[in-house]
Write a protein that binds this ligand. Structure first.
Ligand code: F0G
Length: 458
Protein backbone atom coordinates (compact mmCIF):
# COMPACT_ATOMS: atom_id res chain seq x y z
CA UNK A 1 0.00 0.00 0.00
CA UNK A 2 1.36 3.41 -0.97
CA UNK A 3 1.31 6.50 1.27
CA UNK A 4 -2.09 8.17 1.35
CA UNK A 5 -1.30 11.68 0.18
CA UNK A 6 -3.02 15.04 0.57
CA UNK A 7 -5.42 15.05 -2.40
CA UNK A 8 -4.66 18.67 -3.29
CA UNK A 9 -1.85 21.03 -4.27
CA UNK A 10 -1.15 24.15 -2.25
CA UNK A 11 -1.84 27.41 -4.08
CA UNK A 12 -1.66 29.93 -1.26
CA UNK A 13 0.31 29.77 1.98
CA UNK A 14 0.05 31.48 5.36
CA UNK A 15 3.27 31.78 7.39
CA UNK A 16 3.22 30.57 10.99
CA UNK A 17 5.15 32.38 13.71
CA UNK A 18 7.86 30.74 15.79
CA UNK A 19 8.36 31.74 19.43
CA UNK A 20 10.96 30.75 22.03
CA UNK A 21 10.16 28.82 25.17
CA UNK A 22 10.89 31.94 27.26
CA UNK A 23 8.38 33.91 25.22
CA UNK A 24 5.79 31.17 25.58
CA UNK A 25 6.23 31.09 29.34
CA UNK A 26 5.35 34.80 29.54
CA UNK A 27 2.49 34.45 27.06
CA UNK A 28 0.97 31.62 29.09
CA UNK A 29 1.11 33.61 32.34
CA UNK A 30 -0.54 36.60 30.62
CA UNK A 31 -3.27 34.30 29.29
CA UNK A 32 -4.01 32.99 32.79
CA UNK A 33 -2.86 29.55 31.63
CA UNK A 34 -5.91 29.38 29.38
CA UNK A 35 -5.08 28.74 25.70
CA UNK A 36 -8.40 30.31 24.64
CA UNK A 37 -6.86 33.60 25.80
CA UNK A 38 -3.60 33.28 23.84
CA UNK A 39 -3.29 35.40 20.68
CA UNK A 40 -3.42 33.03 17.71
CA UNK A 41 -0.28 34.72 16.35
CA UNK A 42 1.62 33.24 19.27
CA UNK A 43 0.58 29.69 18.35
CA UNK A 44 2.70 27.57 16.00
CA UNK A 45 0.32 24.66 15.34
CA UNK A 46 -3.27 25.36 16.29
CA UNK A 47 -5.23 22.26 17.22
CA UNK A 48 -7.75 24.12 19.37
CA UNK A 49 -10.56 23.21 17.02
CA UNK A 50 -11.47 21.85 13.61
CA UNK A 51 -14.33 24.34 13.54
CA UNK A 52 -14.14 27.20 11.06
CA UNK A 53 -10.45 26.47 10.51
CA UNK A 54 -10.65 24.62 7.19
CA UNK A 55 -8.65 25.71 4.18
CA UNK A 56 -11.09 26.54 1.42
CA UNK A 57 -10.55 25.27 -2.11
CA UNK A 58 -9.95 27.44 -5.16
CA UNK A 59 -13.53 26.68 -6.24
CA UNK A 60 -14.86 27.85 -2.88
CA UNK A 61 -12.90 31.10 -3.20
CA UNK A 62 -14.27 31.49 -6.70
CA UNK A 63 -17.74 31.04 -5.19
CA UNK A 64 -16.95 33.80 -2.70
CA UNK A 65 -16.33 36.16 -5.60
CA UNK A 66 -19.47 34.95 -7.32
CA UNK A 67 -21.72 35.35 -4.25
CA UNK A 68 -25.01 37.12 -4.88
CA UNK A 69 -25.59 39.63 -2.09
CA UNK A 70 -29.26 40.32 -2.79
CA UNK A 71 -31.21 40.71 0.44
CA UNK A 72 -34.00 38.38 -0.67
CA UNK A 73 -33.98 35.40 -3.02
CA UNK A 74 -30.27 35.52 -3.91
CA UNK A 75 -29.08 32.88 -6.36
CA UNK A 76 -26.48 31.83 -3.81
CA UNK A 77 -29.27 30.84 -1.43
CA UNK A 78 -30.84 28.58 -4.03
CA UNK A 79 -27.49 26.95 -4.76
CA UNK A 80 -26.98 26.46 -1.01
CA UNK A 81 -30.49 25.08 -0.53
CA UNK A 82 -30.01 22.58 -3.35
CA UNK A 83 -26.62 21.44 -2.01
CA UNK A 84 -28.00 20.86 1.49
CA UNK A 85 -31.15 19.18 0.17
CA UNK A 86 -29.10 16.81 -1.98
CA UNK A 87 -27.63 15.41 1.24
CA UNK A 88 -30.45 15.70 3.79
CA UNK A 89 -33.42 15.27 1.45
CA UNK A 90 -35.40 17.69 3.64
CA UNK A 91 -38.05 20.15 2.51
CA UNK A 92 -37.05 23.18 4.55
CA UNK A 93 -33.48 24.48 4.60
CA UNK A 94 -32.81 27.43 6.89
CA UNK A 95 -29.37 29.07 6.89
CA UNK A 96 -27.90 30.28 10.20
CA UNK A 97 -24.61 31.96 10.98
CA UNK A 98 -23.30 28.86 12.75
CA UNK A 99 -24.42 25.66 14.46
CA UNK A 100 -25.35 27.12 17.81
CA UNK A 101 -27.68 29.63 16.13
CA UNK A 102 -29.58 26.69 14.65
CA UNK A 103 -29.66 25.10 18.12
CA UNK A 104 -30.83 28.30 19.76
CA UNK A 105 -33.76 28.59 17.33
CA UNK A 106 -34.76 24.93 17.53
CA UNK A 107 -34.65 24.68 21.31
CA UNK A 108 -36.35 28.04 21.87
CA UNK A 109 -39.32 26.35 20.20
CA UNK A 110 -39.00 22.78 21.47
CA UNK A 111 -37.35 23.29 24.88
CA UNK A 112 -38.66 24.78 28.13
CA UNK A 113 -39.13 23.83 31.79
CA UNK A 114 -39.94 20.17 32.37
CA UNK A 115 -38.68 18.99 28.96
CA UNK A 116 -35.88 16.48 28.40
CA UNK A 117 -33.74 16.15 25.29
CA UNK A 118 -31.73 12.93 24.98
CA UNK A 119 -28.63 12.59 22.76
CA UNK A 120 -25.74 10.15 22.54
CA UNK A 121 -23.63 13.01 23.95
CA UNK A 122 -24.58 16.66 23.75
CA UNK A 123 -21.90 19.07 22.64
CA UNK A 124 -21.41 21.94 25.10
CA UNK A 125 -23.27 24.60 23.06
CA UNK A 126 -26.15 22.19 22.47
CA UNK A 127 -26.36 21.47 26.17
CA UNK A 128 -26.14 25.18 27.00
CA UNK A 129 -28.87 26.10 24.51
CA UNK A 130 -31.17 23.41 25.91
CA UNK A 131 -30.51 24.28 29.53
CA UNK A 132 -30.94 27.98 28.82
CA UNK A 133 -34.62 27.25 28.08
CA UNK A 134 -35.02 25.37 31.38
CA UNK A 135 -35.06 21.95 29.71
CA UNK A 136 -32.64 19.16 30.62
CA UNK A 137 -30.01 17.80 28.21
CA UNK A 138 -29.47 14.07 28.79
CA UNK A 139 -26.57 11.93 27.51
CA UNK A 140 -27.39 8.28 26.76
CA UNK A 141 -24.13 7.02 25.28
CA UNK A 142 -23.72 3.25 24.97
CA UNK A 143 -21.48 1.62 27.56
CA UNK A 144 -18.41 0.97 25.41
CA UNK A 145 -18.24 4.64 24.45
CA UNK A 146 -17.38 5.44 28.05
CA UNK A 147 -14.20 3.34 28.07
CA UNK A 148 -11.36 5.19 26.35
CA UNK A 149 -9.02 2.19 26.25
CA UNK A 150 -11.49 -0.23 24.65
CA UNK A 151 -11.71 -0.49 20.88
CA UNK A 152 -14.98 -0.78 19.00
CA UNK A 153 -16.16 0.34 15.58
CA UNK A 154 -19.04 2.55 16.68
CA UNK A 155 -18.33 4.00 20.09
CA UNK A 156 -20.64 6.94 19.41
CA UNK A 157 -23.79 4.78 19.42
CA UNK A 158 -26.85 5.67 21.44
CA UNK A 159 -27.75 3.26 24.25
CA UNK A 160 -31.09 2.09 22.82
CA UNK A 161 -32.35 0.37 26.00
CA UNK A 162 -31.52 3.44 28.03
CA UNK A 163 -33.36 5.61 25.49
CA UNK A 164 -36.52 3.52 25.60
CA UNK A 165 -36.48 3.33 29.41
CA UNK A 166 -35.91 7.05 29.58
CA UNK A 167 -38.88 7.80 27.31
CA UNK A 168 -41.12 5.55 29.43
CA UNK A 169 -39.87 7.07 32.68
CA UNK A 170 -40.20 10.73 31.70
CA UNK A 171 -43.21 10.41 29.41
CA UNK A 172 -43.53 11.03 25.70
CA UNK A 173 -45.04 14.48 26.22
CA UNK A 174 -41.92 15.70 27.98
CA UNK A 175 -39.53 14.66 25.23
CA UNK A 176 -40.00 17.00 22.25
CA UNK A 177 -37.06 15.62 20.24
CA UNK A 178 -34.31 12.99 20.38
CA UNK A 179 -30.91 13.88 18.96
CA UNK A 180 -27.89 11.94 17.70
CA UNK A 181 -24.56 13.68 17.29
CA UNK A 182 -22.53 12.40 14.32
CA UNK A 183 -19.69 11.95 14.95
CA UNK A 184 -19.84 12.12 18.72
CA UNK A 185 -17.52 15.06 19.35
CA UNK A 186 -17.53 15.11 23.16
CA UNK A 187 -17.11 11.33 23.24
CA UNK A 188 -13.92 11.29 21.18
CA UNK A 189 -15.09 11.94 17.61
CA UNK A 190 -16.44 8.40 17.52
CA UNK A 191 -18.91 7.40 14.80
CA UNK A 192 -22.49 6.18 15.08
CA UNK A 193 -23.50 3.16 12.99
CA UNK A 194 -26.29 3.20 10.43
CA UNK A 195 -27.96 0.42 12.37
CA UNK A 196 -27.95 2.54 15.52
CA UNK A 197 -29.42 5.54 13.71
CA UNK A 198 -32.09 3.30 12.16
CA UNK A 199 -32.95 1.66 15.48
CA UNK A 200 -33.06 4.99 17.29
CA UNK A 201 -35.53 6.13 14.64
CA UNK A 202 -37.64 3.00 15.21
CA UNK A 203 -37.90 3.82 18.91
CA UNK A 204 -38.70 7.46 18.11
CA UNK A 205 -41.41 6.35 15.68
CA UNK A 206 -42.92 4.02 18.26
CA UNK A 207 -43.40 6.97 20.62
CA UNK A 208 -43.97 9.56 17.86
CA UNK A 209 -40.97 11.69 18.85
CA UNK A 210 -38.98 13.39 16.08
CA UNK A 211 -35.33 12.49 15.61
CA UNK A 212 -32.81 15.21 14.77
CA UNK A 213 -29.16 14.78 13.86
CA UNK A 214 -26.47 17.12 15.14
CA UNK A 215 -24.79 16.70 11.78
CA UNK A 216 -21.57 18.74 12.04
CA UNK A 217 -19.30 15.85 11.00
CA UNK A 218 -21.77 13.82 8.94
CA UNK A 219 -19.34 13.03 6.10
CA UNK A 220 -16.67 11.70 8.45
CA UNK A 221 -19.36 9.57 10.12
CA UNK A 222 -20.48 8.27 6.71
CA UNK A 223 -16.91 7.35 5.78
CA UNK A 224 -16.54 5.29 8.96
CA UNK A 225 -19.80 3.49 8.08
CA UNK A 226 -18.42 2.72 4.63
CA UNK A 227 -15.21 1.31 6.11
CA UNK A 228 -16.63 -0.50 9.13
CA UNK A 229 -20.29 -1.45 8.74
CA UNK A 230 -21.35 -4.52 6.83
CA UNK A 231 -23.24 -3.85 3.63
CA UNK A 232 -21.87 -0.35 2.99
CA UNK A 233 -18.52 -1.02 1.31
CA UNK A 234 -19.94 -0.67 -2.18
CA UNK A 235 -22.12 2.34 -1.49
CA UNK A 236 -20.86 5.85 -2.19
CA UNK A 237 -20.36 8.19 0.76
CA UNK A 238 -23.09 10.41 -0.67
CA UNK A 239 -25.54 7.49 -0.69
CA UNK A 240 -24.58 6.66 2.89
CA UNK A 241 -25.14 10.29 3.92
CA UNK A 242 -28.53 10.28 2.23
CA UNK A 243 -29.51 7.11 4.07
CA UNK A 244 -28.38 8.53 7.43
CA UNK A 245 -30.46 11.66 6.94
CA UNK A 246 -33.43 9.66 5.65
CA UNK A 247 -33.97 8.36 9.20
CA UNK A 248 -34.02 11.85 10.69
CA UNK A 249 -36.84 14.37 10.77
CA UNK A 250 -34.31 17.17 10.72
CA UNK A 251 -30.80 18.29 11.54
CA UNK A 252 -28.82 21.11 13.07
CA UNK A 253 -25.51 21.74 11.35
CA UNK A 254 -22.38 23.71 11.94
CA UNK A 255 -21.04 24.19 8.42
CA UNK A 256 -17.73 25.16 10.06
CA UNK A 257 -16.87 21.46 10.17
CA UNK A 258 -17.93 19.21 7.30
CA UNK A 259 -18.98 21.99 4.92
CA UNK A 260 -15.31 23.08 4.85
CA UNK A 261 -16.01 26.77 5.49
CA UNK A 262 -14.99 29.37 8.03
CA UNK A 263 -18.51 30.39 9.03
CA UNK A 264 -22.01 29.06 8.50
CA UNK A 265 -24.66 26.62 9.60
CA UNK A 266 -28.22 25.54 8.98
CA UNK A 267 -31.37 23.88 10.13
CA UNK A 268 -32.80 21.26 7.80
CA UNK A 269 -36.23 19.82 8.50
CA UNK A 270 -39.45 18.39 7.10
CA UNK A 271 -42.17 19.59 9.47
CA UNK A 272 -43.79 22.64 7.87
CA UNK A 273 -45.25 24.09 11.06
CA UNK A 274 -41.95 23.78 12.91
CA UNK A 275 -40.10 25.27 9.92
CA UNK A 276 -42.47 28.28 9.96
CA UNK A 277 -41.78 28.84 13.65
CA UNK A 278 -38.04 28.52 13.08
CA UNK A 279 -38.15 31.05 10.23
CA UNK A 280 -40.08 33.50 12.36
CA UNK A 281 -37.40 33.35 15.03
CA UNK A 282 -34.69 33.45 12.39
CA UNK A 283 -35.96 36.80 11.16
CA UNK A 284 -35.70 38.22 14.68
CA UNK A 285 -32.20 36.97 15.44
CA UNK A 286 -30.38 36.03 12.22
CA UNK A 287 -31.95 37.69 9.20
CA UNK A 288 -34.21 37.10 6.23
CA UNK A 289 -34.78 33.36 5.50
CA UNK A 290 -32.72 33.39 2.30
CA UNK A 291 -29.52 34.51 4.04
CA UNK A 292 -30.00 33.79 7.76
CA UNK A 293 -27.02 35.62 9.20
CA UNK A 294 -24.68 34.86 6.32
CA UNK A 295 -23.50 36.76 3.26
CA UNK A 296 -24.32 35.38 -0.18
CA UNK A 297 -20.63 34.54 -0.61
CA UNK A 298 -20.74 32.38 2.53
CA UNK A 299 -23.69 30.43 1.14
CA UNK A 300 -21.73 29.79 -2.07
CA UNK A 301 -18.74 28.51 -0.10
CA UNK A 302 -20.96 26.16 1.95
CA UNK A 303 -22.64 24.81 -1.20
CA UNK A 304 -19.28 24.08 -2.82
CA UNK A 305 -17.84 22.65 0.42
CA UNK A 306 -20.72 20.19 0.75
CA UNK A 307 -19.85 18.84 -2.70
CA UNK A 308 -16.16 18.51 -1.86
CA UNK A 309 -16.55 16.90 1.55
CA UNK A 310 -18.18 13.73 0.22
CA UNK A 311 -15.24 13.14 -2.14
CA UNK A 312 -13.79 9.81 -1.07
CA UNK A 313 -10.16 10.71 -1.76
CA UNK A 314 -10.60 13.65 0.56
CA UNK A 315 -12.23 11.53 3.28
CA UNK A 316 -9.62 8.77 2.98
CA UNK A 317 -6.87 11.37 3.51
CA UNK A 318 -8.81 13.09 6.27
CA UNK A 319 -9.54 10.01 8.36
CA UNK A 320 -6.08 8.55 7.72
CA UNK A 321 -4.25 11.70 8.79
CA UNK A 322 -6.04 11.69 12.15
CA UNK A 323 -5.33 7.98 12.57
CA UNK A 324 -1.67 8.59 11.65
CA UNK A 325 -1.20 10.92 14.61
CA UNK A 326 -3.07 8.47 16.85
CA UNK A 327 -0.82 5.59 15.78
CA UNK A 328 2.34 7.57 16.54
CA UNK A 329 1.06 8.31 20.00
CA UNK A 330 0.01 4.74 20.72
CA UNK A 331 3.41 3.49 19.55
CA UNK A 332 5.00 5.82 22.13
CA UNK A 333 2.70 4.46 24.85
CA UNK A 334 0.64 7.65 25.13
CA UNK A 335 -2.90 6.84 26.30
CA UNK A 336 -5.60 8.10 23.93
CA UNK A 337 -9.22 7.30 23.21
CA UNK A 338 -9.11 4.27 20.98
CA UNK A 339 -9.57 3.90 18.13
CA UNK A 340 -8.71 7.43 16.87
CA UNK A 341 -11.83 9.42 15.96
CA UNK A 342 -12.55 11.37 12.80
CA UNK A 343 -11.56 14.93 13.53
CA UNK A 344 -9.32 14.75 16.57
CA UNK A 345 -7.12 12.74 18.87
CA UNK A 346 -8.13 12.75 22.51
CA UNK A 347 -5.46 12.18 25.13
CA UNK A 348 -6.71 10.33 28.19
CA UNK A 349 -5.32 12.66 30.86
CA UNK A 350 -6.28 10.36 33.74
CA UNK A 351 -3.90 7.70 32.46
CA UNK A 352 -1.31 10.19 31.15
CA UNK A 353 -0.76 11.81 34.57
CA UNK A 354 -2.56 9.69 37.18
CA UNK A 355 -0.80 11.64 39.95
CA UNK A 356 -2.91 14.75 39.27
CA UNK A 357 -6.50 14.35 40.55
CA UNK A 358 -9.53 15.68 38.58
CA UNK A 359 -9.94 18.65 40.95
CA UNK A 360 -6.47 19.81 39.90
CA UNK A 361 -7.39 19.66 36.22
CA UNK A 362 -4.95 17.15 34.69
CA UNK A 363 -6.13 17.97 31.16
CA UNK A 364 -5.35 21.66 31.63
CA UNK A 365 -1.88 20.71 32.82
CA UNK A 366 -1.16 18.78 29.60
CA UNK A 367 -2.64 21.58 27.48
CA UNK A 368 -0.28 24.12 29.08
CA UNK A 369 2.73 21.85 28.71
CA UNK A 370 2.07 21.21 25.00
CA UNK A 371 2.07 24.95 24.45
CA UNK A 372 5.25 25.49 26.47
CA UNK A 373 7.11 22.63 24.84
CA UNK A 374 6.13 23.19 21.22
CA UNK A 375 3.79 26.13 20.71
CA UNK A 376 0.91 23.71 20.12
CA UNK A 377 -2.58 24.74 21.16
CA UNK A 378 -5.04 22.06 22.27
CA UNK A 379 -8.10 22.09 24.52
CA UNK A 380 -9.15 20.45 27.78
CA UNK A 381 -12.39 18.45 27.69
CA UNK A 382 -12.84 17.34 31.25
CA UNK A 383 -13.39 18.95 34.63
CA UNK A 384 -12.67 22.45 33.32
CA UNK A 385 -15.20 22.23 30.50
CA UNK A 386 -17.87 20.09 32.10
CA UNK A 387 -17.16 20.27 35.85
CA UNK A 388 -20.01 21.46 38.06
CA UNK A 389 -20.14 22.33 41.74
CA UNK A 390 -22.26 20.42 44.21
CA UNK A 391 -25.00 22.83 45.33
CA UNK A 392 -24.67 22.07 49.05
CA UNK A 393 -20.99 21.25 49.53
CA UNK A 394 -19.43 23.29 46.72
CA UNK A 395 -17.36 20.24 45.83
CA UNK A 396 -16.36 19.74 42.19
CA UNK A 397 -18.41 17.11 40.34
CA UNK A 398 -16.21 15.83 37.52
CA UNK A 399 -17.35 14.27 34.25
CA UNK A 400 -16.40 10.61 33.67
CA UNK A 401 -13.39 11.42 31.48
CA UNK A 402 -10.50 13.90 31.65
CA UNK A 403 -9.42 14.50 28.05
CA UNK A 404 -7.24 16.76 25.98
CA UNK A 405 -8.47 17.24 22.43
CA UNK A 406 -6.14 17.87 19.54
CA UNK A 407 -8.52 18.71 16.72
CA UNK A 408 -7.13 18.67 13.22
CA UNK A 409 -8.21 21.50 10.92
CA UNK A 410 -9.30 20.25 7.50
CA UNK A 411 -6.76 20.54 4.64
CA UNK A 412 -4.51 22.89 6.67
CA UNK A 413 -1.52 20.96 8.03
CA UNK A 414 0.79 18.59 6.19
CA UNK A 415 2.28 15.31 7.33
CA UNK A 416 5.44 17.02 8.63
CA UNK A 417 3.36 19.33 10.83
CA UNK A 418 1.72 16.25 12.30
CA UNK A 419 5.11 14.54 12.77
CA UNK A 420 6.24 17.60 14.72
CA UNK A 421 3.11 17.44 16.91
CA UNK A 422 3.87 13.79 17.69
CA UNK A 423 7.49 14.65 18.60
CA UNK A 424 6.37 17.37 21.03
CA UNK A 425 3.83 15.04 22.61
CA UNK A 426 6.38 12.31 23.10
CA UNK A 427 8.70 14.81 24.81
CA UNK A 428 5.92 15.98 27.15
CA UNK A 429 5.05 12.36 27.91
CA UNK A 430 8.68 11.62 28.84
CA UNK A 431 8.57 14.46 31.39
CA UNK A 432 5.08 13.69 32.67
CA UNK A 433 6.22 13.26 36.27
CA UNK A 434 7.16 16.95 36.38
CA UNK A 435 3.70 18.19 35.37
CA UNK A 436 1.78 20.25 37.94
CA UNK A 437 -1.87 20.47 38.91
CA UNK A 438 -3.82 23.72 38.43
CA UNK A 439 -6.39 25.74 40.35
CA UNK A 440 -9.00 28.11 38.93
CA UNK A 441 -8.64 31.76 39.98
CA UNK A 442 -11.53 33.17 37.91
CA UNK A 443 -14.55 31.59 36.22
CA UNK A 444 -17.79 32.69 34.52
CA UNK A 445 -21.12 31.09 35.51
CA UNK A 446 -21.66 29.40 32.09
CA UNK A 447 -19.26 27.83 29.59
CA UNK A 448 -16.46 28.71 31.98
CA UNK A 449 -13.65 27.10 29.97
CA UNK A 450 -13.64 29.96 27.44
CA UNK A 451 -12.61 32.66 29.92
CA UNK A 452 -11.40 30.93 33.10
CA UNK A 453 -7.99 31.83 34.54
CA UNK A 454 -5.69 29.35 36.23
CA UNK A 455 -2.56 29.10 38.36
CA UNK A 456 -0.24 26.13 38.73
CA UNK A 457 -0.18 24.50 42.16
CA UNK A 458 3.37 24.34 43.52
N1 F0G B 1 -22.48 20.43 17.70
C1 F0G B 1 -21.27 19.85 17.71
C2 F0G B 1 -21.16 18.37 17.75
C3 F0G B 1 -20.13 20.65 17.65
O1 F0G B 1 -18.93 20.06 17.65
C4 F0G B 1 -20.27 22.06 17.59
C5 F0G B 1 -19.11 22.92 17.58
C6 F0G B 1 -21.55 22.62 17.56
C7 F0G B 1 -22.63 21.76 17.63
C8 F0G B 1 -21.78 24.11 17.51
O2 F0G B 1 -21.43 24.63 16.28
O3 F0G B 1 -19.56 26.23 16.75
O4 F0G B 1 -20.88 26.36 14.64
O5 F0G B 1 -21.88 27.03 16.78
N2 F0G B 1 -17.97 22.53 17.89
C9 F0G B 1 -16.75 23.28 17.87
C10 F0G B 1 -15.64 22.42 18.38
C11 F0G B 1 -16.81 24.61 18.50
O6 F0G B 1 -14.54 22.97 18.61
O7 F0G B 1 -15.81 21.22 18.54
P1 F0G B 1 -20.90 26.14 16.11
Amino acid sequence: MKTIIEPFRIKSVEPIRFTTRDEREKILVEAGYNPFLIHADDVLIDLLTDSGTSAMSSKQWAGVMDGDESYAGSKSFYRFEAAVRKITGDKFIIPTHQGRAAEKILFSILGGEGKYIPNNTHFDTTRANIEFTGAEAVDLLNEIGKHPEQRADFKGNMDLDALENFIQEKGVDNIPVVMITITNNSGGGQPVSMQNIRETKEICDKYKIPLFLDACRFAENAYFIKKREEGYQDKSVLEICQEMFSYADGATMSAKKDALVNIGGFLSLNDEELAMKCRNLLIVTEGFPTYGGLAGRDLEAVAQGLEEVVDEHYLEYRIRSTEYLGEKMLNAGIPIIEPPGGHAIYIDAKRFIPQIPPNQYPGQSIVCELYLEGGIRSVEIGSVMFGKYHKATGELISPPMELVRMAIPRRVYTQSHIDYVAEVLIEVFKNKDKLKGYKITYEAPMLRHFTAKFEPIN
